[in-house]
Design a protein around this ligand. Structure first.
Ligand code: IDP
Length: 154
């Protein structure tokens, strides 16, 4: 089986401000996913509009852009078997007030907008590639062999 599915993930400004980058990275590492890119950066208005284009026109859109551009984010690409869906499971429900305990949002968040983490939608085919392209250049994605992978997957 191939373990090279790549998914885009981001610790949002609330996670950065609250010192939760390490916790989020740790949970994804712990699951056995492999980090292939990471960038501490600010999202400008144009990138915010592109990234959240599907929500343009919705009542919460302006607030969402304001929030996501309000401070640094930590953008990442993670790789592994079924990576997109696995990250979504670890994230929990969009509204952190409803997210199950044990998930990142369920354990660490308590709000709908400030929900700590973004992960590509596993039901939107192409979302991963689109978002990885939007945030990273090809040469920023590292190809590397992680010895532990042989102990994560049978
Ligand atoms: P997701 O992040 O779980 O994929 P989406 O529906 O794609 O959820 O929404 C993108 C982001 O927009 C959410 O993570 C959340 O921060 C914000 N958001 C979604 N719906 C609302 C809302 O009704 N009010 C305020 N913010 C919202």
């Amino acid at each position: 089986m191939s373990h090279d599915e790549r998914t885009f993930v981001m610790a949002k400004p609330d996670a950065v401000q609250r010192g939760l980058i390490g916790e989020i990275v740790s949970r994804l590492e712990g699951k056995g996913l492999k980090l292939v890119a990471g960038k501490f950066m600010r999202i400008d208005e144009a990138l915010a509009h592109e990234h959240y284009g599907e929500h343009e026109g919705k009542p919460f859109f302006d607030g969402l852009v304001e929030f996501i551009t309000s401070g640094p984010v930590f953008a990442m690409v993670w790789e592994g078997d079924d990576a997109t869906r696995q990250v979504r499971r670890l994230m929990g429900a969009t509204d952190a007030r409803d997210a199950q305990p044990g998930t990142i949002r369920g354990d660490l968040g308590n709000d709908l907008g400030h929900n700590l983490i973004h992960g590509s939608d596993h039901e939107d085919e192409g979302a991963n590639e689109r978002e990885i392209d939007l945030f990273f250049d090809d040469e920023e994605l590292l190809d590397w062999d992680r010895d532990a992978s042989t102990w994560v997957y049978e």
